[in-house]
Design a protein around this ligand. Sequence first.
Ligand code: HEM
Length: 446
Amino acid sequence: MIPPKPPSRPDHVGLLGYARRFRADILSAQPARLYRAWMAEFRTPFFRSYMMNDPELLDLVLKTRPDDFPKSDRVREGLAPLLGRSVFVTNGDEWKRQRRIIDPAFAGGRLRDAFPGMRDAAEAMVARLDPGEHEIEEVASYAAADVIFRTLFSVPITDALASQVFREFRAYQRTQPLLNLAALIPLPRWIPRPHRRATRQAARSIRDALSALVDRRAEEIAAGTAPDDLATKIMTYPDPETGHRFSPAEMVDQVAIFFLAGHETSASALAWGLYLLATHPGAQARVAAEAPADWPGLAFSDLSKLPFTRDVFRETLRLYPPVPMMVRETTGPETFRGRAAPLGAQLVLSPWHLHRHERLWERPDHFDPDRWQGEAAKESARRAYMPFSAGPRVCTGAGFAMAEGVLLLARLIAAFEVAPVGPPPVPVAHLTVRAKDGIRLRLTRR
Ligand code: HEM
């Protein structure tokens, strides 16, 4: 069975086509030829944009000359009410300084410290679930938020401030339109953008609750009573080059992105992974068979004993990359595949297209976890797989997310058999790739 992707539109995208798609969901607005093209240029009166699927161009933008292709101010402006000047939106020296402080907290060895929090969240997830029908994105969001709070602040999602952040965040999401062209490109300011005020208010409420969590932690650090979790590590680690530590205000910006990037994305991947297993019972049986017997005693290193579950999670990130597209901007004139691109051109890097590209993957639309053991997929993965982006701006939480994804998937499938309910879900892009009307699954206790 081929998992669903949204219906493609006709091949040609002219200016009028673009205008019509302006408010359409960005995934269903994609013409079929983009799953075959190495590059596509879009010209409009306001901007020039280049969608890049050529692995050499992606290397150029993300790895060889990343400083020449920063995130645009527009990305920062759009997310500033929630994220302030967090590592996700800054560029240049400010961004480098922030990564020097944050990266060590997520480095391999430190992930081992975060693992018990993930494991407790996985146990809490299955303890909460009853057999029967569930909207699984909801279940996945709550579980992923629980993971973030337990690993970042050593509190479960049931903590008063944590559950307040989760609630406020859902309100924020409701103010967000689908991720459409308007959200990605530099349009003139006079073009109205919906929900702006509601978005700002919701963002303020989230930040107030996050500030309270950060302030509480700052007091614990001062009193010497702080637990050694991700928040403490990041708040106490000095930049090795300047000695600077994040102030509580700077930390709120960073915590906001850990929460946003860390829970929305993982929840999306977990929900689609469960859907793929529900529709592929053979693969589901193999995940259940390799699951360990002793969950509460599980150690970080035991995850390496779940190779098939890991391949299922990798394949899920290929077919449903939670971050479907990224945007960068040129800072000078460039030539891409023989075509001249002006200063300020928008570069759209699309895991969504790259991962289903007909010239880069065999049977690109098929769910086939075993492909990850073959040489062909290893080569495709090297050139055409970037669910976490690539180069110096690669996702800080990639290792964290792989451990969490494999653990939660394995834990849920060990406890329940899952089966699909109703018509296949249609993927759409909100902040991450979600199903248009949710994903309904029936859970039966094993
Ligand atoms: C399956 C889960 C995840 C996926 C697919 C994912 C994907 C991504 C992608 C594609 C980017 C690059 C975006 C861009 O350059 O425009 C990114 C950046 C980032 N992610 Fe993740 N992410 C995941 C989980 C996490 C987690 C768990 C955390 C932290 C707890 C996290 C923290 C970040 C941060 C801080 C950045 C900004 C890095 C920078 O710009 O330097 N992510 N993520």
